[in-house]
Design a binder for this molecule. Structure first.
Ligand code: SAH
Length: 360
């Protein structure tokens, strides 16, 4: 990372940054022993949690670290749903912007769903984040810290990270890719268990395919004709379905991994036989996996999710056509933590008032 990269929290520093920080605090500048960097790195990425607990470092150093490099995320609120198996955090950032993170615990592992931006500029009308608009990009440290905090409280090993929280990860390309590398190289997660979800930023998909990072790619398709997709996913006016499917085909060829098409089933809108048949054609061309999810309710969108009978109809129609299809469960909908429900607004409360000065 270049010295000019944004540093708003401890996870924004790379090893050189930590060495500089150590040197700045030592009496004889430039003389901090190099094993200290390894120890700090171990505290941050292996031990995790607050620096006061990092057992291998002198107390004074831990204190200085905690004072000078406090967490980037201040907990505003923590909600739990699904009988404790889903945890959602609302965080305030140093400038008062707010984001959310979701931890989903399963029998044998856990998944963290991270935000890559505060808000989102993509303006998909059915998505709560899109309804709120864009605030700013997140730094590497602000994204990585979401994983580290969730990992610290998770009762199961965090094996998967999905970029399906707030924001469009490929619109925040540099920090997203740097985060993927950090999660793989330092946190020790397998690239195959990291999934980037995109609205369909075609040039960035192509660029990501060339990074030699075999991550999973999910594309939010939601409509199989340009006329409907122009309405539901406005970026389609710039990168149409044909260019998107071409990019998906090339992704598969370049990375050897199939993409998944995300499809929020919207009652009477994209669950019709015509849309489903057009989807079959696209999924067949891209040899993509299709992931259905009945649309979750959001404050600014009147249309409902497809009822269960319609979901079954859609699933069977695709399966009969030979498409691999799954239906995602609505994890977290009891705490507004399900897909598309993350919002920086705190539903009537002021985030600033809630951001009491207690740090994690
Ligand atoms: N910007 C990225 C990632 C964030 S959204 C993207 O668009 O892919 C993660 C997923 O939730 C996307 O597939 C998105 O389209 C979907 N989604 C948004 N609003 C939703 C809603 N109300 N119900 C169900 N899924 C929704």
């Amino acid at each position: 990372m270049s010295p000019r990269s944004t540093v708003v929290g401890p996870y924004d520093l790379d090893r050189d940054g930590l060495a500089d920080w150590l040197a700045a605090g030592s009496e004889r500048r430039g003389n901090a022993p190099s094993y200290r960097v390894d120890q700090l790195w171990d505290g941050l990425y292996v031990q995790g949690g607050p620096p006061e607990n990092w057992s291998n470092l002198p107390k004074a150093l831990r204190q200085r670290f905690a004072e000078e490099l406090p967490p980037a995320l201040t907990e505003v609120r923590r909600s739990t749903g699904d009988g404790g198996d889903t945890v959602k955090w609302l965080w305030a950032l140093h400038d008062g912007a707010t984001i959310e993170t979701v931890l989903m615990v399963y029998d044998d592992r856990a998944t963290v769903c991270v935000s890559s931006q505060a808000g989102c500029a993509m303006a998909c009308g059915f998505c709560a984040t899109g309804q709120d608009g864009f605030t700013r990009h997140l730094s590497v440290g602000e994204i990585v810290e979401q994983v580290m905090v969730a990992r610290h409280v998770s009762p199961r090993r965090v094996s998967n990270v999905v970029f399906m929280g707030m924001g469009e990860p490929l619109a925040n390309y540099g920090p997203t890719v740097a985060t993927l590398r950090r999660l793989r190289d330092d946190v020790g997660l397998s690239a195959r268990h990291l999934t980037v979800s995109t609205v369909g930023m075609v040039p960035a998909i192509r660029r990501l395919a060339s990074e030699e990072l075999p991550v999973g790619l999910a594309i939010s398709v939601h409509a199989a004709t340009d006329a409907l997709r122009d309405e539901l996913v406005p970026i389609n006016r710039r990168h149409n379905l044909e260019s998107l499917v071409d990019a998906a085909i090339d992704w598969r060829e370049q990375t050897g991994r199939r993409v998944s098409f995300e499809w929020a089933l919207i009652d009477g809108v994209n669950d019709t036989p015509e849309q489903l048949d057009a989807l079959i054609e696209l999924a067949d061309q891209a040899r993509a996996h299709v992931n259905f999810i009945p649309l979750n309710p959001t404050p600014g969108w009147p249309t409902k999710g497809t009822p269960p009978a319609g979901v079954r109809f859609a699933r069977e129609r695709l399966a009969r056509a030979g498409i691999t299809v799954t239906v995602r469960d609505t994890r977290g909908d009891d705490i507004d933590a399900a897909c598309g429900q993350l919002a920086s607004r705190t539903r009537g409360e002021s985030a600033v008032a809630l951001a009491a000065p207690h740090r994690r």
